[in-house]
Design a protein around this ligand. Structure first.
Ligand SMILES: [Fe+2]
Length: 242
């Protein structure tokens, strides 16, 4: 049995575009456990005008799910963070301490608008790091700025951002450009962790295929680091990624 940690998925029911029901959330986390995940951290969207979630409501929804699911068998350990859309609202939430970091509060997941990188992005990432919260950059392969080259990632890495691969990018879930970008970023060694970003129980089959693909591309040992050791280091606040 593997000992993987998933730091990106949407299995808290009915809070975003992830699972709608308790039963599907349970099926999803059980499916992830079947792939070797012993710890799954949900990351519901916090995104203005789309998913107006705030920390207290998400914590309540997560706790209600866990209270029910933890009485079942074959359920991994469960935790909560959030996928924060990068905008002014995110920054004001962060400044007020109202964001929703990963367990341990040493890192937080941030997603970007796909078409164009926001201005001053690296300054915000740097500020986050200074305040003791490492910015985890969700699926860079899905942003146009990184489709064909990785140079635009340099200032973000310098500011302390840690790139997170969306596993399903490797099997074409988001189209050919993100798939090719993911393979390139992997070959360049620019990812520190790989996560499911599962939104539905049926995504488990694709995540299984993606893990097989990841092992083919980087080897078993590196794949295990991307899915196990490295996400654990992020939660512990000691990622060996510079
Ligand atoms: Fe996501």
């Amino acid at each position: 049995m593997s000992d993987y940690v998933d730091l990106h998925a949407h299995w808290v029911p009915a809070v975003d575009d992830g699972v709608k029901t308790y039963d599907e959330g349970l099926a999803l986390v059980r499916g992830l456990r079947g792939l070797g995940y012993s710890l799954c951290v949900a990351t519901p969207h916090i995104r203005t005008a789309m998913f107006e979630n705030r920390r207290p409501g998400l914590e309540q929804a997560h706790a209600a799910f866990v209270a029910q699911a933890s009485r079942q068998t074959d359920v991994p350990e469960l935790g909560l963070g959030a996928e924060h859309f990068f905008d002014d609202v995110f920054w004001s939430l962060f400044q007020r301490g109202e964001h929703l970091p990963y367990p341990g509060e040493k890192a937080a997941l941030v997603e970007l608008p796909p078409e164009r990188l926001p201005l001053r992005l690296e300054h915000v990432f740097f500020e986050m790091r200074v305040r003791g919260v490492r910015p985890i950059l969700a699926h860079p392969e899905r942003y146009r700025a990184f489709y064909d080259e990785s140079d635009a990632l340099d200032p973000l890495l310098d500011a302390g951002a840690i790139p997170q691969l969306d596993l399903m990018s490797l099997v074409g879930r988001y189209g050919r450009q993100p798939q090719r970008a993911a393979e390139r970023l992997l070959s360049e060694g620019l990812y520190y962790l790989a996560c499911s970003d599962a939104h539905r129980a049926i995504d488990v089959d694709l995540v299984r295929d993606a893990i097989a693909r990841l092992r083919t591309l980087v080897g078993r040992e590196e794949a295990d680091a991307l899915m196990g050791e490295n996400p654990r280091r992020i939660l512990a606040g000691n990622p060996d990624f510079e």
